[in-house]
Write a protein that binds this ligand. Structure first.
Ligand code: B12
Length: 222
């Protein structure tokens, strides 16, 4: 099998929840990791598989039960095979402190948790507030923990609008410039981030990391 075929095979296997056998999936993940980094396995196989599952849900082929099952399987694979590999690269130095969470009304936690692990392994101290986090909580925790960055995730077109509340509270308190606000999640875009006054949008954790490092470097120069 050509190396790249395994990523395609893994994506197709993961996205057909009704016939999925976890032991077969584990073998495919192990095989993929022989040739690809955990980041590639996530971005080129598992995340696209979740998108296909989401489409099947939208079309009425899958129900909430399948989404829950897919999320559980994703988390199991991430925690067993991918998280340890990403985390072991963790550096001792701290580039800054990040407060992260999924915005209020939204309980999607997989993307946010991957961002947490990637940021941590890249030298940031990360405080994960979990899911369904009220806007005021992001601000309160950032102040209390003396954070540098507020990172917010949203997966729903309805809940992404709540992100703006965090920025409004920061402005109201006169502390907007104390923090770099970075946002991400499937329905968001560069344009949306700009419109609500966030500092950056990350299409995935690595894009987010790159932008965060650039913004922090700019700050340190000032
Ligand atoms: C699994 C899933 C669920 C699970 C979540 C379980 C869990 N523990 O997380 C459950 C079953 C709970 C669920 C519930 C619902 N869901 Co849902 N769900 C999904 C699904 C299939 C996958 C999401 C996922 O985990 N993806 C994999 C991860 C790795 O990708 P990701 O989250 O996008 O994150 C990546 C990037 O976006 C980025 N990123 C994410 N956050 C951040 C933050 C920062 C700072 C940065 C830099 C980057 C970043 O990095 C990540 C890694 O690359 C999506 C489909 C999709 N296209 O995403 C639908 C989807 C998001 N859900 C949807 C819907 C409608 C719902 C429900 C409303 C269904 C219902 N009728 O009840 C509820 C809402 C519950 C709520 N209040 O939150 C819709 C949203 C439609 C919309 N336009 O708003 C989608 C798109 C499905 C669809 N096509 O219809 N869901």
């Amino acid at each position: 099998m050509k190396h790249s075929d395994i990523l395609e095979k893994l994506k197709n296997y993961m996205s057909t929840i009704e016939t999925l056998d976890i032991n077969v999936l584990r073998k495919l993940v192990e095989e993929a990791l022989e040739n690809y980094s955990p980041e590639e396995v996530i971005e080129k196989s598992l995340r696209p598989a979740m998108e296909i599952i989401g489409e099947k849900f939208k079309e009425g082929e899958y129900f909430i039960a399948e989404l829950v099952l897919a999320a559980d399987i994703f988390k199991e694979i991430f925690n067993t095979y991918l998280k340890p590999r990403i985390a072991e690269r963790g550096k001792a130095k701290t580039l800054g402190k990040v407060i992260i969470g999924t915005i209020e009304g939204d309980i999607h936690d997989i993307g946010k948790s991957i961002v947490s692990v990637v940021f941590q392994s890249s030298g940031f101290e990360v405080i994960d507030l979990g899911v369904d986090v009220p806007a005021w909580k992001f601000v309160e925790e950032a102040e209390k923990r003396k954070a540098d960055v507020i990172a917010i995730s949203a997966l729903l077109t309805t809940t992404m609008l709540n992100i703006e509340k965090v920025i409004a509270i920061l402005k109201e308190k006169g502390i907007r410039d104390k923090y770099i606000v970075i946002v991400g999640g499937a329905p968001l875009s560069e344009e949306f981030a700009r419109k609500i006054g966030a500092d950056a949008y990350g299409k995935d954790p690595y894009d987010g990391l790159k932008k965060l490092k650039e913004l922090l470097a700019k700050r340190h120069k000032q």
